[in-house]
Structures are given as C-alpha cells and as structure tokens.
Design a protein around this ligand. Structure first.
Ligand code: MG
Length: 161
C-alpha cells in the first residue's frame, strides 16, 4: 500500500472526517477499501469492535477540525517543551536521539494498542504522537544551526562465532 492508500484506508476504517484532508477519494477507492476492511474483519473479527475506532477522529478532535486541532496541540507542545528545555543540541545526532526517544514511546503505545489491548491507553498514544511531531519540528527548527560533531573513537568488535 502506498502512503496515500494507507491514509484513505485509515479515513474509511477509522471514520476520520475527510474535511481538511489532502486526500481525494473516489467511489472506487472507497469500495476497494471497504472490501479490504471486510476482508480484514473476516481474518480478525476483533477489528470490527467499537474499540477499533481511531479516537483522534472521534473524541479528542471534533469532526472537520482535525488539521486545526492537531496543529494547535503540536504548537502547544513545542511551546511547553521549549519553556522546559530552551536549549537544543547543536549536534544533529543528539537532537535525533531526542526525536527518537519520543518515537520509541509512540511505538510502544501503538504496539500495546495492537497486541496488548488490556494495556492500551489512547490518551497516552495521542500524547506521544503529538510529542513526536513536536520534536520533529524542533529538529527542523535548527536545520541551519547544526554542526556535525567529530567522529567518536571506534574499536574493532569481537567476531561473533
Ligand atoms: Mg513522550
């Protein structure tokens, strides 16, 4: 599936309002994706439960204001993070570690939502998604200021036999 196909699939499967989306869905797209959804449900009936609804599209954000609400939350998170940690690494590798830490936390939440539903927490998942986006933007804010640090000392590793 291409990224656009996945986005369309998510819009159908999770009932995310298509308003404000760059995705243009034809009736053929929708039919194909609904067929794919039915096929998925036949494989895994759990996918048809109400808990499978994507809460960003249903609860936290009102219909039609997805783009605005998401960008508002990301902006608020950037401001919060910058007030707590006004400095940002000049070395992009360390900056990337900060972004990677948030991505790791988001990965954990999505994995639990998928495979350990008793531990799933959609509010936490949303928070981690917003924090990952916020750190991605902070990474980009410093693109003109990065200085790659010198390569660190390396050593030969013991051969794995
Ligand atoms: Mg986090």
């Amino acid at each position: 599936m291409t990224m656009t196909e996945k986005t369309i699939y998510a819009l159908v499967l999770f009932d995310i309002p298509a308003i404000d989306s760059h995705v243009v869905m034809t009736s053929t797209d929708r039919e194909d994706l609904e067929e794919e959804h039915r096929r998925q449900i036949s494989i895994n009936p759990d996918l048809d439960g109400p808990d499978h609804k994507w809460r960003i599209g249903q609860v936290t954000l009102g219909p039609g204001d997805t783009k605005h609400a998401v960008t508002e939350r990301i902006s608020a998170e950037i401001k919060r993070a910058q007030s707590l940690y006004p400095y940002w690494p000049t070395d992009p590798l360390h900056a990337l570690a900060i972004l990677g830490e948030e991505f790791g936390e988001l990965t954990k939440e999505v994995l639990q939502a998928t495979y350990e539903r008793d531990k799933a927490d959609w509010d936490r998942l949303e928070t981690e998604a917003i924090q990952t986006a916020a750190m991605g933007i902070r990474f980009c804010l410093s693109l003109k200021k990065y200085r790659v640090c010198s390569r660190k000392k390396q050593h030969e590793q013991e051969e794995w036999k």
